[in-house]
Design a protein around this ligand. Structure first.
Ligand code: AMP
Ligand code: ZN
Length: 134
């Protein structure tokens, strides 16, 4: 995809601070980080989002795991959050599938939660919608 930012990063046409690479995935520092070491793990091939390809997540799983270990070992992170957004409503801005790895530090907790919980959701109704037979 010529007009895809992350495909161009994979191709080396746009510079990135790459911290991990294997045959199917790369990881690089997010240009506008939530916390120190915030990285993005992406498949080398163009996949728009989580739902557009059944194997994309599996394909980058080893890269996610390796990059998470790197962030904890090298940066001394005390934990991390893993997040992936699908669709503009969910906050997706770059439509090449990616997983955010966000290191968290005990001395600098930042926001305790990345998302705000919504009170009053009818769990039984949601559950019925999810398990109903068509
Ligand atoms: P999302 O909102 O989930 O689609 O995340 C896209 C992420 O890409 C954002 O966190 C941006 O800061 C990041 N980003 C955008 N352009 C670049 C770039 N050239 N290099 C590294 N990260 C980028
Ligand atoms: Zn792409």
């Amino acid at each position: 995809m010529d007009d895809c930012l992350f495909c161009r990063i994979v191709a080396g046409e746009i510079p990135s601070r790459q911290v991990y690479a294997d045959d199917t995935a790369i990881a690089f520092l997010d240009i506008n980080p939530w916390h120190v070491g915030h990285s993005l793990v992406i498949p080398r091939r163009h996949v728009a989002d989580l739902t557009s390809d059944a194997t994309a997540l599996t394909e980058i799983a080893p890269a996610i795991s390796a990059t998470a270990s790197l962030l904890i070992d090298r940066l001394g992170a005390d934990g991390l959050n893993l997040l992936s957004s699908t669709g503009a409503t969910a906050g997706q801005e770059v439509f090449h599938f990616h997983v955010h790895l966000v290191p968290r530090y005990a001395h600098r907790p930042g926001l305790r939660e990345l998302m705000v919980r919504e009170p009053g959701i009818d769990l039984d109704r949601v559950y019925a919608q999810l398990i109903q037979q068509d």
